[in-house]
Design a protein around this ligand. Structure first.
Ligand code: F6R
Ligand code: MG
Ligand code: MG
Length: 365
């Protein structure tokens, strides 16, 4: 059986209203484009959804990563959606399409991309995490917990097949470099880097015993591509589960704590990441707080059996309540740090223009 490729490509092509959600007509357009591509044989299967104002294309096919036809399909779907978004005067229509024309690969053109080539196991559970109002490094905490922390993943301790540990590939998004670190023995070095998620982003996690990919995230930073603030990067993450990888529940467990991420209002704040069902992933309060949804599938010869909406579960209620409490606490800081991001992170927002206005008024002390 040929290896199947799972491609998750997403973009914000217009919000409804403001930066709140994806208009149902845009979902219909994406569904129609995906259905055509499935009928033509380009795609094996697909699932279209949204998280907040981001349109999500989950696709399976046999053409490998960074395939021109698949990326073009996603790009053309976003362009078609943008045409309607403009007609409906949706907010920020086409905002994540940073280029005028497709150049062979959507990476670097605005959309977020995570792709994994999978040699399907006897049974292949995969989960797709999708977040809104946050940024690429948001998965760092969760990936460390899943694959390196025995207090989260008991399998690391009691399942012999996981004891070989995992390889974390970390991108330095400022210097455009990457480094590979091995857990458990290099977990301190790993944390030294990924504890700074604005700069160091876990891109992939592989099982060391056989090298199979276990997780892949989108690492695109829109502001770094465009050189200015163009909305947050709203990342996606693919994780495989079970049989010598973290169990489904171990994959979900890190999200039972509403850890603090960058994003929220104007991409300029720290706020708790709230796990929620797809239907409730509708950031409203102060354009947030940041949301994460999780779709679970069983892959069956490339077919996506699912989705199951895995955060649509009362056992995450307490976390959601804590997220609301943390959100409330942080909001009381108003424009003050640490609710507002530090100055280095604010460099890519609208703040520098404000500071520039004051430049000539500063006098030597
Ligand atoms: C966050 C986000 C929104 C906007 C905010 C202001 O990722 O996109 O919070 O930054 O609504 O938008 P403008 O400046 O377009 O009015
Ligand atoms: Mg938006
Ligand atoms: Mg968004």
């Amino acid at each position: 059986m040929a290896k199947v490729t799972l491609s998750v490509i997403k973009a914000d092509i217009g919000g409804f209203p403001g930066h709140h959600s994806v208009h149902p007509e845009l979902i219909k357009i994406a569904e129609a484009e995906m259905a055509k591509a499935k009928k033509s044989g380009l795609l094996r299967d697909y699932c279209v959804t949204s998280c907040g104002d981001d349109l999500q294309l989950i696709m399976t096919h046999y053409h490998g990563e960074e395939n021109k036809q698949i990326h073009k399909l996603a790009w053309d779907t976003f362009v078609k959606g943008t045409e309607l978004a403009k007609k409906l005067k949706l907010y920020g229509a086409g905002q994540d399409l940073l280029a005028d024309a497709f150049s062979g690969n959507v990476k670097g053109m605005g959309p977020g991309v995570a792709e994994m080539v999978i040699d399907e196991r006897k049974s292949e559970p995969v989960v797709i995490f999708m977040a809104d109002k946050t940024s690429a490094g948001a998965w760092n905490y969760a990936l460390y917990k899943m694959f390196a922390d025995p207090f989260n993943t008991i399998g690391l301790v009691i399942d012999e097949s996981m004891q070989g540990g995992f390889e974390f590939v970390v991108h330095d998004v400022m210097e455009h470099k990457k480094v590979s670190l091995h857990t458990p023995e290099e977990s301190y070095e790993l944390l030294a880097l990924i504890g700074a998620p604005g700069r160091y982003v876990v891109s992939t996690v592989n099982r060391r015993s056989d090298g199979i990919p276990a997780a892949v995230s989108s690492t695109q930073k829109l502001s770094l591509i465009a050189g200015r603030y163009v909305g947050k990067d709203d990342p996606v993450l693919i994780v495989r589960a079970q049989s010598g990888l973290p169990a489904l529940g171990e994959v979900l467990e890190p999200f039972s704590f509403p850890f603090i991420v960058e994003g929220w209002m104007r991409g300029s704040h720290h706020g708790p990441l709230m796990p929620c069902s797809q239907k409730t992933a509708l950031p409203a309060r102060f354009d947030g707080p940041p949301r994460v949804i999780c779709y679970g599938f069983q892959l069956a010869d490339g077919k996506l059996e699912g989705p199951m909406d895995l955060f649509d579960d009362p056992s995450f209620d307490l976390c959601r309540q804590k997220a609301n409490e943390a959100a409330d606490y942080l909001r009381r800081h108003g424009p003050f740090e640490p609710h507002r991001l530090g100055l280095d992170e604010m460099e890519y927002t609208t703040l520098p223009a404000v500071l520039k206005k004051l430049e000539n008024r500063f006098k030597k002390i």
